[in-house]
Design a binder for this molecule. Structure first.
Ligand code: ADP
Length: 648
């Protein structure tokens, strides 16, 4: 088999390499480009998020400043007003918010709106003064002589004679001395009498509280626990108005007994802090975050006039309500020394503003409730177009590689074809030359041998003629210029004639061609073209017979179709070759391996001829068992009109 020129293979690999490089480079470039674009995209998106956060922080600051300054103005106008019903106005100021309290602190009186009972007050009344000498006798017996029994009796006696704070003090003294005497029953009885004095204050603390608390130490563990719990509940109900120190003392002691931990009361802390702050630092008006350990931080706005302080205490919930005017963001609010009123989100992306109200400076931070969505549509678009471009580049490259390799395969086949045709020509020409030379030189002795040489020359000439005709015909078919002279033709006649011709040609080699023809099979066809098709099949059957000498030709009429089948018992065709033998220049691998000459045009021509006749050609074959080629042409009535048509 002849090979194509080396440049064919060289350029194929070059072209493939080129296409692949272009594909890979463009894909990489596209990936880089899209990565760069998505980085830019993200930067733009982040910039946008930052802008929105800045805007939110500005709006939040505005809302906060407005709420605080409006509150300050209201408090001021409350203090400046002389109207009788102004106290109601303060209540109305507090009405607008969630959980705030308005506070009015006057000397000796603290009022909260909405009304709230305070557990302790910075303005608690001063303790009643008891004459120091009233308890002198009892205290001398108790502390100087340590005669507790006598001291207890002395105090009881004094209690009988006295009233109010003195009676209370005497009963306390008696209870104390009974305790020291270890007369628990008497001590408890004395404390119960103190309890009966109720809210009467002894050293600023109610007798009831003093007695119940003192009695706890005389009780057994279990009743002490439950009594301490009850006392704590009473303490937290605001039943007694205490000083801050007293409240904190009792609260802590009782919590230790009951084992509970409680946060300091919020409003009391606020009122206490504001009073301390205003009085200690003489700051008449201001806004502050008050933050005591373990208690809810509060925001206080206050104004003063004379000894009166009017203030508003806002909880974080109130501040959150102001900031809710800017929806979709989480706000954090803290003082510059990190006292938090609203905890900030942990989000790294946030905008901060420092707000200044006279003497207070706060930091407000805004972050998004949910991480702000990046413009996904653009990303999706980018990815889709990138994938599309990559698919297009890959498909394009595949198509180019396919087309180039097909072209190269055709040129390789053509190269093979030229070499095959040269071979086909060389064999008869060599025979013709040697025969004619011998005849010319008179080297053929007998007349009979001369006759044999003449018929050999004639046969080889016909073979050459057919070969040339075939090539020319194929050229015309390829160019679409082949003219067919279509007439009603009896195909069985054509087949019989061709069988006779081929049998004669190959009789010497021992070929037997059996024909089973059903007559009257008329088709509308070009007799020459059909003859060529049948002859091609028969010659192939001979050529690829591989030792077998039997060929069966069958012509049949089935359901208006005329079929001609040529069956041989030769080398057969492999499955892979079956798919391509009808293409021009294609030759079977077995044919090439056995060095059987051929051009690879025969079956392509048969296929073209049959297509021009509206028919088809099919093949069944098994390797080493033989092949059957069948031509199928639509049958016609013998008197159908003649037409001429051109091959497609
Ligand atoms: P050529 O015979 O010149 O090679 P064809 O177009 O007539 O070209 O046939 C194409 C190929 O089909 C052959 O090369 C051969 O491999 C295979 N072929 C055709 N007819 C037969 C057959 N009867 N038996 C086995 N192989 C065949």
């Amino acid at each position: 088999m002849a090979k194509g020129p080396p440049w064919v293979y060289l350029s194929l690999s070059r072209v493939m390499l080129l296409v692949l490089s272009v594909t890979v480079i463009s894909a990489i470039a596209l990936c880089l480009l899209s990565w760069r674009l998505s980085v830019l995209d993200r930067a733009v998106a982040q910039q946008r998020v930052r802008e929105r956060l800045d805007h939110a922080a500005d709006s939040g600051s505005g809302a906060l400043l407005q709420a605080v300054s409006e509150t300050g103005e209201r408090l001021q106008s409350f203090l400046d007003s002389n109207s009788a019903g102004k106290i109601r106005y303060l209540g109305a100021v507090a009405h607008g918010c969630n959980s705030c309290r308005a506070v009015l602190i006057e000397p000796g009186l603290v009022t909260l709106f909405p009304e709230t009972r305070l557990l302790y007050s910075p303005e608690s009344p001063p303790p009643a003064v008891i004459d120091d000498g009233a308890f002198g006798g009892g205290e001398a017996l108790e502390f100087n002589h340590r005669e507790y029994g006598a001291a207890a009796a002395w105090f009881l006696e004094l209690a009988k004679r006295s009233k109010g704070a003195v009676r209370a003090g005497a009963l306390v003294g008696a209870a104390r001395n009974f305790t020291k005497q270890k007369q628990t029953g008497d001590a408890i009885a004395a404390w119960s009498k103190v309890e009966e004095l109720g809210t009467l204050c002894l050293n600023g603390e109610p007798c009831e509280l003093i007695a119940r608390f003192a009695r706890l130490s005389l009780l057994a563990s279990q009743p002490r626990q439950s009594e301490a719990g009850r006392l704590l509940t009473d303490l937290d109900s605001g039943r007694w108005l205490l000083s801050r120190t007293s409240y904190e003392y009792y609260s802590e002691q009782l919590s230790n007994v009951t084992g509970t931990r409680r946060s300091p009361p919020m409003w009391e802390e606020a009122v206490y802090s504001i009073t301390q702050f205003v009085r200690d630092q003489h700051i008449a008006a201001g806004e502050r975050v008050l933050h005591s350990l373990a208690s809810t931080p509060v925001l206080v706005v206050w104004r003063t006039r004379g000894g009166t302080i009017a203030g508003m205490v806002f909880t974080p919930a109130d501040v959150r309500t102001w900031l809710a005017r800017v929806p979709g963001f989480v706000f954090g609010l803290e003082t510059l020394d990190n006292q938090v009123i609203l905890p900030a989100a942990h989000d790294k992306l946030r905008a901060e503003r420092v707000l200044s109200f006279g003497n207070a400076h706060w930091r407000l931070s805004a972050s998004a409730i949910q991480p702000m969505a990046e413009p996904r549509i653009r990303q999706v678009l980018l990815l889709t177009s990138l994938s599309l471009v990559i698919v297009l580049v890959l498909t394009g490259s595949y198509a180019v590689i396919k087309a180039v390799s097909r072209e190269l395969a055709v040129s390789r086949l053509q190269a093979d074809f030229v070499s095959a045709v040269s071979h086909e020509f060389r064999t008869p020409l060599t025979t013709l030359r040697s025969m004619s030379e011998m005849l010319e030189r008179g080297r053929v002795p007998t007349e009979e041998r001369k006759q044999r040489y003449y018929s050999l020359i004639s046969r080889e000439t016909q073979r050459l003629h057919r070969l040339v005709e075939d090539l020319l015909d194929f050229g015309r078919m390829e160019a679409g210029k082949k003219q067919y002279d279509m007439r009603p033709t009896q195909i069985s006649t054509i087949v019989s004639e061709v069988v006779v011709e081929v049998s004669e040609e190959h009789a010497a080699a021992g070929f037997e061609i059996e024909i089973q023809a059903t007559p009257a099979g008329f088709v509308l066809g070009d007799a020459d073209a059909l003859r060529r098709a049948v002859r091609n099949l028969l010659e192939n059957a001979v050529k690829y017979s591989a030792g077998s000498r039997r060929i069966v030709v069958e012509v049949r009429n089935v359901e208006g179709q005329v079929s001609v089948s040529v069956q041989d018992y030769g080398m057969g065709i492999s499955r892979a070759d079956l798919k391509k033998i009808f293409r021009k220049f294609e030759r079977g691998s077995a044919a090439k391996a056995s060095s059987i000459q051929g051009t690879g045009l025969g079956l392509a021509m048969v296929h073209g001829i049959l297509r021009a006749h509206g028919g088809s050609v099919r093949v069944e074959s098994e390797e080493n068992r033989g092949s059957t080629f069948t031509l199928v042409i639509p049958g016609v009535e013998p008197n159908q009109e003649t037409v001429a048509c051109r091959a497609s």
